[in-house]
Design a protein around this ligand. Sequence first.
Ligand SMILES: Nc1nc2c(ncn2[C@@H]2O[C@H](COP(=O)(O)OP(=O)(O)O)[C@@H](O)[C@H]2O)c(=O)[nH]1
Ligand SMILES: [Mg+2]
Ligand SMILES: [Zn+2]
Length: 294
Amino acid sequence: MDQNTSMDGIILQGIGSFYRIESGNQVYTCRAQKKLRKVAAPVPGDSVRFQPGTGEEDGWIEEIYPRRNALVRPAVANVDILALVIAPLPEPDLLLVERLLLYAAQADIDPVLIVNKQDLDSELPGKIRMEYAGSPLKVFSVSAADGSGIDKLRESLREKLVCFAGQSAVGKSSLLNALCGLSLETGGLSRKTERGRHTTRRAELMTAGGMRIIDTPGFSLLDAMEMDPQTMPDYYPEYAELADNCRFKPCLHDREPGCAVRKNVESGRLSSVRYERYRTILQEVRETWKERYR
Ligand SMILES: Nc1nc2c(ncn2[C@@H]2O[C@H](COP(=O)(O)OP(=O)(O)O)[C@@H](O)[C@H]2O)c(=O)[nH]1
Ligand SMILES: [Mg+2]
Ligand SMILES: [Zn+2]
């Protein structure tokens, strides 16, 4: 094949054995070479080299460039930002949020926390900010319904590949519509959930409003997280900062005597609810780690 006609592009979506690839302002449809599919199938977000098809012949993906990171469900690569959406309604599952923050940190993806529906409850964003005080997490307060906070959020997501995640009905699709001028279906909760359960809906990368976005259908990024419990404190920046002051080194900031993190929680300088979630997840991580060779 003539190498000179190769182009670089980004995978938007896989449909059967075909892939939609964006390059420049154009979208091409190509197959993946068999030898390439054996190593790893391309996923949305992958940066690839491909031969565009000619009138008669299908184009081919020749190479997937190394991935910076990759999520499993949804299958997507090279994510810059994991945008976790919560709202006063449905009631936030903050333990889920906590797990997702850890997941993002492990995958080297910047998380942001978006508190939507501020028109329904203007106090939730402040409460959440208190819980994450001392951590570098960015918390945005927005309303997809009345548009408040949307411009500021859009500004910090520009030029990034953003994966939106959160419980059903928190307003992910509404937010994408407000942020990017899309017209995704919203609100059809029961029907959509039902359909999502029975069919494998694959992730699609959309480019709109200066962002590359993935709207995940529902949410299933993680089951049990397999990681060495010893590494967990590293992913809590405000705890890592204090580790030098703990009596034990390393300290998991659990029940160790003389733990500086616990002291700061007891004195109210660090959030006790976030700390309780940390310990809950630490316990899970320990159990999963113990069982890993069974
Ligand atoms: N009051 C209010 N309702 C919202 C807001 N954003 C979304 N909704 C509503 O919440 C419901 C679920 O929204 P949707 O975008 O489908 O949520 P998704 O399941 O996360 O994609 C819909 O009825 C929306 O109209 C908001 O900022 N304020
Ligand atoms: Mg939706
Ligand atoms: Zn400690």
